[in-house]
Design a protein around this ligand. Sequence first.
Ligand code: COA
Length: 138
Amino acid sequence: MSNEVKYQTTLENVDWQHMKSTLAADCFDNGRTPRQLRESFKNSYATVIAYADERIIGTARVLSDGICNAYIVDVWTLTKYRRRGIATTMIKMLLAKLEGQHVYLFTDDAIEFYEQLGFKPQPIGLALVVGQWLRGNA
Ligand SMILES: CC(C)(COP(=O)(O)OP(=O)(O)OC[C@H]1O[C@@H](n2cnc3c(N)ncnc32)[C@H](O)[C@@H]1OP(=O)(O)O)[C@@H](O)C(=O)NCCC(=O)NCCS
């Protein structure tokens, strides 16, 4: 396992099929096709993709209006690379682009991870899927 991790903030040369299969193998696939993955990253305010040995081993991205509200999603580190500070680095890279903004996110079980970054619980989040999941126009 390589010790060198590279963090890419552009979407040049991203292999979306590779991202999809890596997420699926690591049980973090939410059903997007490679094209839907590409569109969702492309339409984000900022993205980070972590690589080791040319393989994708981490992702994080943020949606934002660029002024006051941001929402962090797709935070993931490949299982065998966890607890090495990779997700912390990715989130800090995103937060550096969000000065002055309220940053929200939802998590089931990564509360301690976000708390060590300074996040605090802010209830209550409400959610609604409009129509059928992933059956929009994109
Ligand atoms: C949550 C996740 C992104 C953390 O990635 P990571 O690269 O391992 O995180 P880091 O190494 O930067 O963790 C930094 C600190 O966060 C805390 N932390 C991270 N994972 C934790 C866990 N499973 N349980 C408790 N604390 C945790 C620890 O304080 C850790 O520091 P330490 O390793 O020195 O104890 C990763 O476990 C993951 O991909 N999980 C599955 C997907 C997921 O739940 N994503 C979040 C969706 S909102």
